[in-house]
Design a protein around this ligand. Structure first.
Ligand SMILES: NC(=O)c1ccc[n+]([C@@H]2O[C@H](COP(=O)([O-])OP(=O)(O)OC[C@H]3O[C@@H](n4cnc5c(N)ncnc54)[C@H](OP(=O)(O)O)[C@@H]3O)[C@@H](O)[C@H]2O)c1
Length: 404
């Protein structure tokens, strides 16, 4: 009889040769930590390509250290600046423009692509990699939020595996190994609660970007830090989990756990809870994916349970942080609602960071955009990208009434 597993483990051999790696978004928080893992285990990796957005100084430094054959940045002037920063004896191929990230994601020599560009910009290269049949270590959760169905179908067709880098989904991946789908009751995603846990509405009316960027436990890029402060990050992760594990949103619970030690839990029909615990350090999840199926030593500080003293859990405050509710509703409404949710969120976060929208304007703008959207079919990548573009324009128009 065929057994359906919660998280069918990709049947991958242990490494016998260095893994040829493409790092999309190497200049970001996840990308740079992935290169720290590579630096700790240089014998395991051959860095084939690195991509950045605008930070050519960091990309040049990474390139000189890891000597990839390919580099890519957002536009031609940045590519020229990057070339000038490299020594004469090192002449990698330097590409530019959004299409270059897709080209590198499709490199046939690659064994694995780390998808760590931020936002919807990460979708086209992620999709290209899985369609090509290359395993993807996935940090870019927005790819699944926008096009989870299309990506899963492409994986089934090509045989590519998705290895979840997001710490919660990585935890679930580890906590559901070899368990059957029939034995699972639900998944429980933990959330730190962000920097404003326990604050009231009056406080939230006044918060600044600097306050919102100061996450208590994790050091991350700007966009995900704001998403953590609004709890949109947890909303995006609920959608990500639904796609990864084929569940309705009603079977993906969330709980606030301020210590960020329990990274998520799987609850089984016999009452068992299997959790993954670890230090709040993304290198753990990144290394698990990059070295899968092997677990490798890392120079992270292990948890001292006695010193920690206790682990606490509480309900998220959905009245004060409505983004989590909005994400659940969007996922349940239609396949296109999450695209609008994500586009409105990216526009709102950028406006907040530039000082043009108050913190509480973020959920208000997203809700307005969702209220005005009629669900539609998004049968292919171009329809997703068209809707993303359209929804951003709409969000910018609607933001006028909410700006400071
Ligand atoms: N940081 C975390 O701890 C964490 C945890 C779980 C999941 N994630 C997810 O991982 C992804 C990356 O997050 P992050 O925190 O690493 O973000 P980040 O620090 O802001 O880095 C983003 C990366 O994407 C590049 N980039 C930005 N816009 C781009 C565009 N339009 N086209 C191509 N590249 C572009 C950036 O390049 P430049 O900087 O050179 O411009 C940088 O390399 C996000 O989807 C996030 O949700 C992050």
């Amino acid at each position: 009889m065929h057994t359906a597993y919660i998280s069918p483990l990709p049947d991958r051999e242990t490494q016998t040769a260095p893994r040829r790696l493409v790092v999309l978004g190497s200049t970001g928080s996840i990308g740079a930590q992935a290169l720290d893992v590579v630096a700790e285990h240089p014998e395991r990796f051959d860095v084939l390509a690195l991509t950045g957005g605008r930070n050519v100084a960091l990309l040049a430094a990474q390139a000189m250290r890891f000597r990839p054959r390919f580099l890519a940045v957002l536009d031609q002037p940045l590519a020229a600046e990057l070339r000038e920063r490299l020594p004469g004896d090192y002449t990698p191929e330097i590409l530019s423009g959004p299409e270059s990230f897709v080209e590198l994601a499709e490199l046939s020599e690659a064994d694995m692509v780390l998808s760590s560009i931020v936002g919807a910009a990460g979708l086209p290269p992620t999709f290209a990699a899985v369609r090509q049949g290359t395993d993807v270590a996935l940090a870019n959760k927005e790819s699944l939020v926008l096009a989870g169905g299309l990506i899963r179908a492409a994986c089934r067709e090509s045989g590519a595996a998705l290895l979840p880098v997001d710490s919660e989904h990585n935890a679930l991946f580890q906590a559901s190994c070899n368990e059957t789908a029939a034995s699972l009751r639900r998944l429980i995603l933990t959330a730190s609660g962000g920097p404003f846990r326990g604050r009231d509405r009056a406080f939230l009316e006044t918060v600044t970007p600097a306050q919102a960027l100061a996450h208590p436990n994790w050091s991350m890029g700007a966009k995900i830090s704001i998403d953590s402060a609004t709890l949109m990050n947890k909303g995006l992760e609920v959608i990500e989990a639904c796609h990864l594990y084929g569940l309705p949103e009603s079977r993906v619970a969330t709980v606030v756990h301020p210590q960020s030690i329990v990274h998520s839990l799987a609850e089984y029909v016999d009452g068992s809870l299997l959790a993954h615990l670890g230090p709040p350090d993304m290198r753990v999840a990144i290394a698990y994916c990059l070295c899968y199926p092997e677990r490798v030593a890392l120079s992270v500080t292990p948890i001292d349970l006695v010193r920690l003293g206790g682990l606490t859990f509480e309900e998220p405050d959905l009245a004060l942080f409505p983004c989590l509710r909005l994400a659940r509703e969007a996922f349940a409404a239609s396949p296109s609602h999450p695209v609008v949710l994500n586009a409105a969120n990216e526009v709102a976060v950028a406006l907040f960071l530039s000082g043009a929208l108050p913190f509480l304007g973020i959920p208000r703008l997203i809700e307005r955009c969702l209220d005005r959207h009629d669900g539609r079919d998004i049968p292919d990548l171009s329809s997703v990208l068209d809707l993303d573009h359209e929804a951003r324009e709409r969000a910018r128009e609607l933001s006028g009434a909410l700006r400071d």
